[in-house]
Design a binder for this molecule. Structure first.
Ligand code: ZN
Length: 255
């Protein structure tokens, strides 16, 4: 079957797509619980919901966008959810090397494939071992470089150790303002937000210590994103006391 509308989106297609609409970045840590029952209400009120990874195990409201930068959480693994939910996907083709010709035949929705590690169009340190140069395009900016250009900043965040960084970058590029963040603790010891089905194993390969070595770099990345957004007078807030305190000002949603 050939789908009538299938677009491989480029960054240029999404720039200012949601100008001055508020957005919510939805991580998976317990602070997500405070808002997830109300997500549909906020979506209907015009908030752009940015989901990541296994969002569908945590809340039933279909987000506006699904960001992935993983070899586990991939369009291929979740194609049934993507097509059932009619959900546009933003995924890193520098991490997930899925064949795009195949993707075109099975994906019924738009998708945007981005690069998150080949800065200045050059190979990275693991190209030889991981093969991540498969889709390297010397004329394509990384997502981080796109954000740097869009925000007229002098610095960009790193290759990104959590998908929420990229979701936040996309929200800025799409013109969203303000942007709210929740569900980011950077410590798997605290576990996850409550699951829709507690009997189903959630991220079984994740170890409690996985963020220990990554946390500092992720915090720097969020600070860089905050500074970039501030450069063009965009605002990012935290919805929870334990979600990136010291970087983002704490603020509740309206309504
Ligand atoms: Zn590479």
């Amino acid at each position: 079957m050939v789908w009538e509308v299938l677009v491989r989106l480029e960054i240029s297609n999404i720039i200012n797509k949601h100008a001055y609409q508020p957005a919510i970045i939805l991580g998976h840590s317990p602070s997500l619980d405070a808002i997830k029952d109300d997500l549909l209400k906020y979506k209907e009120a015009g908030y752009i919901l940015m989901g990541v990874n296994q969002w569908f195990d945590l809340y039933p409201t279909v987000p506006n966008y699904w960001t992935m930068a993983s070899t586990v959480d991939t369009p291929m693994n979740y194609m049934k959810v993507i097509n059932t939910c009619k959900l546009d996907v933003l995924y890193a083709d520098s991490v997930d090397l899925v064949d795009k010709e195949w993707l075109d035949t099975v994906c019924e929705n738009d998708y945007l494939a981005f690069d998150q590690r080949h800065f200045k169009g050059k190979e990275c340190s693991v190209c030889n071992t991981f093969g991540c140069s498969k889709y390297l395009n010397t004329r394509r900016l990384t997502l981080q470089e796109e954000l740097m250009k869009y925000t007229k900043s002098n610095f960009h965040y790193g290759s990104g150790s959590t998908g929420c960084l990229h979701a936040c970058a996309f929200a800025i590029l799409m013109g969203c303002d303000p942007i709210y963040i929740t569900g980011i603790k950077l410590d798997y010891r605290v576990g996850y937000a409550n699951r829709l089905n507690p009997d189903v194993s959630f991220s079984p390969d994740v170890k409690e210590t996985d963020f220990d070595e990554l946390k500092d770099s992720v915090l720097i990345d969020f600070q860089t994103i905050k500074n970039s957004a501030a450069n063009i007078n965009r605002n990012i807030f935290s919805l929870a006391d334990d979600c990136l305190p010291g970087i983002f000002e704490r603020k509740d949603l309206d309504g």
